[in-house]
Design a protein around this ligand. Structure first.
Ligand code: ADP
Ligand code: MG
Length: 437
């Protein structure tokens, strides 16, 4: 099959120098997008690939005109976008169907605001339902449908709008592997077949294989604040085969780029926890998961590549990289290239009983600047306690680009494990046991 040929027309849409800051209820601000520049060209599948929290959905909301950016320009056919973008149809991970409406009425919701004549509505609804292979299910209700069928309704509701840009926010990630694969192929075929209004697709994902199987251009995003780090062109012909050598090699190189983005490996790189003026955040992952990860690494002989570990753990490779980063912060692993290697300390840790493990976590955590600051903060209070609100305020001052609530939750979870300090859910206070201090 041939890819729709890009015409010499200007981009369908552009984001120029977009910055986004959110003000939290407490009045604190977090920087979520930094200097985002991208264009959605005619006749392409553009992928935004990045870890959770890197601002992908926020970019999409800006593109869709659902969120006015703090700074920067949004252009639609070279004109400033005003209000909701009438050229975009959206599909979400959560399906977002109305349970009290049947399939046909859920699909018709897509064109409800247009107040079309009833004949035109039923014609367009029927066509959209046929395109996604749901003929015969018009009268069914969402609760009677499988996940895959629900998402077909989600796609039909977008197709019925007959818009040129289809924006997909992780639409396959709530589906089982086989259903996801089938739907991906069908969506690509719809686009390639040119039977619909869709000129271009913007796909958001954190799945590298999905990005490579669908994307013509892949923008790799990094976090804190969300930014575009790399743009990769993908000319592999459709349909793409995951087992093909070129496919695999592209997946691996993107994997390396993401590893580099998440765990820098430059010779002069100093672990941020040790750099005098840098405060390293804690990766948002539970220590129980990190322990499971170290266990598997030991079974693998103490060394494995992050990609293989991801497959064994049935996790996304980005999740595994974040676990590797957490383990590295604790000095339990090294991460040369995309290898993860258990250190001697890591081996001792994983072979120890729970009490020794807690003691080791305690000692390692006390080496981290963020924890030292946190601990000092507690010691500065006569009752050795601070409110959650004050703790979050401090975290925000130390790490202005992080989501302070998320960091707080991680610090508390790790600190409980290492018995550094406790947190009382009722009084919402962090405290040091007088005995411990
Ligand atoms: P992704 O889709 O890549 O997972 P998002 O764009 O959903 O990332 O979110 C990026 C960051 O912005 C997250 O830290 C999230 O908590 C924060 N965020 C998103 N929307 C809001 C909002 N309305 N108010 C405050 N913070 C937000
Ligand atoms: Mg998202």
């Amino acid at each position: 099959m041939n890819t729709p040929q890009p015409s010499s027309t200007p981009p369908l849409m552009e984001l120029r120098n977009i910055y986004q800051t959110f003000k939290l209820d407490s009045g604190r601000k977090i920087k979520v997008l930094q200097d985002i520049n991208l264009s959605v060209n005619d006749a392409e599948v553009l992928v935004l690939l990045g870890p959770s929290g890197s601002g992908k959905s926020t970019c999409l909301r800006v593109l869709a005109g659902l969120l006015e950016p703090s700074q920067g320009k949004v252009l639609l056919n070279d004109q400033k976008l005003v209000g909701a973008n009438q050229n975009i149809a959206l599909v979400f991970q959560s399906f977002a169907l109305l349970p009290w409406l049947n399939v046909a009425d859920n699909v018709a919701m897509g064109i409800k605001p247009q107040a079309l004549p009833p004949d035109e509505v039923s014609k367009r609804v029927k066509r959209a339902i046929d395109l996604v292979g749901l003929e015969g299910f018009e009268e069914a209700y969402p609760k009677e449908l499988s996940g895959g069928m629900k998402q077909r309704v989600g796609f039909a509701r977008a197709l019925v709008m007959e818009r040129p840009i289809l924006c997909l926010d992780e639409p396959f990630s709530a589906l089982d592997v086989l259903t996801a694969e089938t739907l991906r192929k069908e969506v690509l075929n719809l686009w390639l077949s040119k039977q619909t209004s869709i000129r271009s697709i913007v796909l958001i994902t954190h799945n590298i294989s999905e990005a490579v199987s669908m994307g013509g251009r892949i923008l790799v995003m990094g976090s804190n604040p969300g930014q575009i780090r790399y743009s990769i062109k993908n000319d592999l012909p459709y349909p793409r085969d995951e087992k093909n050598a070129a496919f695999k090699s592209l997946v691996e190189s993107i994997h390396d780029l993401l590893t580099e983005a998440i765990i820098p490996d430059t010779p002069d790189w100093i672990p941020p926890a040790l750099a005098a003026n840098t405060i390293e955040s804690l990766p948002h992952v539970s220590l129980t998961e990190v322990v499971g990860f170290l266990d598997l690494l030991l079974q693998e002989g103490g060394r494995a590549d992050a990609f293989g570990l991801a497959q064994k753990l049935m996790k996304d490779s980005l999740n595994v990289l974040i676990m590797a980063k957490a383990a590295e912060l604790l000095d339990f692993v090294d991460t040369p290239k995309n290898q993860v290697v258990l250190t001697d300390l890591g081996k001792t840790f994983i072979k120890s009983d729970i009490n020794l493990r807690k003691k080791m976590i305690h000692e390692r955590m006390m080496q981290l600047k963020l924890i030292q600051l946190f601990y000092q903060n507690l010691l500065n209070h006569e009752d050795l306690a601070i409110s959650k609100e004050d703790a979050i305020q401090s975290i925000h001052e130390w790490l202005p680009n992080e989501n302070p609530e998320e960091v707080f939750d991680t610090v508390v979870q790790w600190a409980r494990f290492g018995e550094l300090f406790g947190y009382n859910d009722d009084t919402q206070q962090v405290y040091i046991d007088r005995g411990e201090a």
